[in-house]
Design a protein around this ligand. Structure first.
Ligand SMILES: [Zn+2]
Length: 211
């Protein structure tokens, strides 16, 4: 079994911290773990948050908090390089979870040039700057047009898949935090996304990682 979505960011980059996750995986008969860090913890990824950090007060405070603690991506890269020399009882991979917005495709390309990560997944955490999935951000269906938001979410997701920037997709049903989900539509859209994604992945001979 594979666990393809583990974040290390709540602890230090060292073998002891990594071993806590690996020990748990071994206990649960998981034989492969994909570690991935959120782009928002790294200075080099700041530009991806330009719109979201200016959207409203809640979001600008959220980003300011993250930005004040952000680190150099080199810290993560150095840690990966060190760990690649070590032995583990299971297979492990290191990657990134990058917040995707269509206007930042070039920025994401630049981030991808920084290091040859084992994998990079794209996530949609904002719709045109609105961080809809932040659970601490109070909003209701009276404040926004849910159907429009929902359609926009999946049109951005199709762009994400077609961008060929990622080896995986991490927020396939993140929109489930939206109220009034139209179940049938979601199934149809997910099917077409999957077909598209697998086709693109096969063309690129890259691993398909669905989380
Ligand atoms: Zn995540």
């Amino acid at each position: 079994m594979i666990d393809a979505h583990i974040h290390l960011e709540k602890g230090p980059y060292n073998r002891q911290w990594l071993d806590k996750f690996i020990d748990k995986a071994v206990n649960r008969n998981i034989n492969e773990v994909y570690f991935l860090e959120h782009a928002h913890i790294f200075k080099e990824c700041r530009s991806l948050y330009n719109e979201m950090s200016q959207y409203n007060e809640y979001q600008s405070k959220w980003f300011a908090g993250k930005d004040s603690k952000s680190k150099d991506i080199k810290e993560y890269i150095d840690f990966i390089e060190l760990m690649k020399k070590e032995e583990f009882p299971i297979k492990i991979k290191f990657g990134l979870e990058v917040c995707y917005s269509p206007q930042h495709e070039h920025d994401i390309e630049e981030i991808e040039k920084l290091y040859d990560f084992d994998f990079i997944v794209g996530s949609i955490h904002f719709i045109d700057g609105f961080a809809f999935s932040h659970l601490k951000q109070r909003w209701s269906s009276n404040d926004v047009d849910i159907n429009k938001l929902y359609d926009r979410y999946y049109s951005i997701m199709i762009k994400l898949v077609k961008s060929n920037l990622f080896s995986g997709l991490a927020t396939l049903i993140r929109c489930s935090v939206l109220e009034h989900i139209r179940q049938r539509t979601i199934v149809i859209i997910i099917k077409s996304l999957l077909v598209n994604f697998i086709r693109e992945a096969c063309m690129l001979k890259r691993a398909v990682v669905l989380q």
